[in-house]
Design a protein around this ligand. Sequence first.
Ligand SMILES: [Zn+2]
Length: 463
Amino acid sequence: METLASLTAIAGFVSLAASGALAQDALPQTLFTNVHIFDGISEERIENANVLVEGNLIKTVSTDGIDAPEATVIDGGGRTLMPGLIDSHVHLYATGLVQSFSGLQAAKWDQIGATAAENARDYLYDGYTTVRDTGGMGSGLRELIDKGIVDGPRIYASGAAIGPTSGHGDWRNPEQRTFNMGSDDVANTFNLSYIADGAEEIRKASRLNFAHGASFLKLMAGGDVSSELDPLWSVAYNVDEIATAVEAASFFDTYVTVHAYTDETVTMALDAGVKSLEHAQMVSEETVKRIADEGIFWALNVAGMDPALLDHPNFSMPTVKPKLEEYLVGSENVIEYIKKYKPKIVHNVDTVLSTIGFGRAHQDFEKCYFAELLGNHAFLVAATSTGGELAQLTGRRNPYPNKLGVIEEGAYADILIVDGNPLEDLSVLGANPKWFDAPARDRGFETIRVIMKDGVFYKNTLE
Ligand SMILES: [Zn+2]
């Protein structure tokens, strides 16, 4: 019986392969004409150009006419064609689910999954065709999205964030913090956060993440502004512990990123071989130079660096306000250093907890404030080509091995067409100077006229 079953399977494989070859001859084509291209890199648009998409890839980019008689033609009307946006630090399961980390203990698996699906839709229809989830889940939602069952962006997931007892990932209630570690921690059960103390627990947590489909790993290497147990200056892991995760990641041909703010924790992470940093705004000039020299990717979210937050009631609690003050003082020169050394910055919003509406306002403000500090072009590069470069760091673990975040031949056809020119005016991508006082908006922006991901239209208001 077994032999028969395997033979049938082989026969099935052969016929699938044959029909695949036939289908390849007739891949659908879309020809975008009359567009100005922001290619993800250049400071100037390519004026009056055309882009041919074949299947799920960009086949031709040219300022000459492209001969494609079978293609569906979309006249861009002189608008900007650009890569889909990439947010390199999201929390799909958490935004809109509960108001606090400790609230997660009451969350049910179906709420977590449904919230993640809803947030995934939000990102896609706001123009994000790729996101990197830095804490939570594995490959499950990605597989549903890639099969077309749920609308959403491409997902690079870290699996559970790995952190120590009393670290930024310790979201247990006090009665759950027992010395023999009960297993009733919801965050642990649903692969949102693993508490791992010592190198061997870190190694096991790393492998569990790969078993659940992670594309890379994230470690909580130091304290945070928002959580209660970890002073902002606290150190979570020593260099050997971080290096254990780096080795476990390298065995799966991928990398480790760390949650770290201070110069001390960032330096320890770099010494251990980490290739990507989350936050890291409290670093010295010397460390920024090192980050640039070593080609480290830096997910720099800037919304929290707005000094106006100090006067906001949400940050007035005695547990948070001193941490925010410490953070604002520690980060006051970082933009100047970044302008000087030009490290590889990726765009990230890091919306977490709160409500979906607040998450949208946060996202819109992050775009605006980033551009105010570093310029529109820097924002656009961070949110496209540099995000795509970071995606490639997942090596043979990469679920999407072609290029992302650029308009060039052979890259994935993840494309936006927007009114106006985002290099001059980022409001066409939703950038908004208001955050807490921003009026509520619905999903999506009218000025984003076309959203294509993997060669498939998710929005087209040009027809
Ligand atoms: Zn985060």
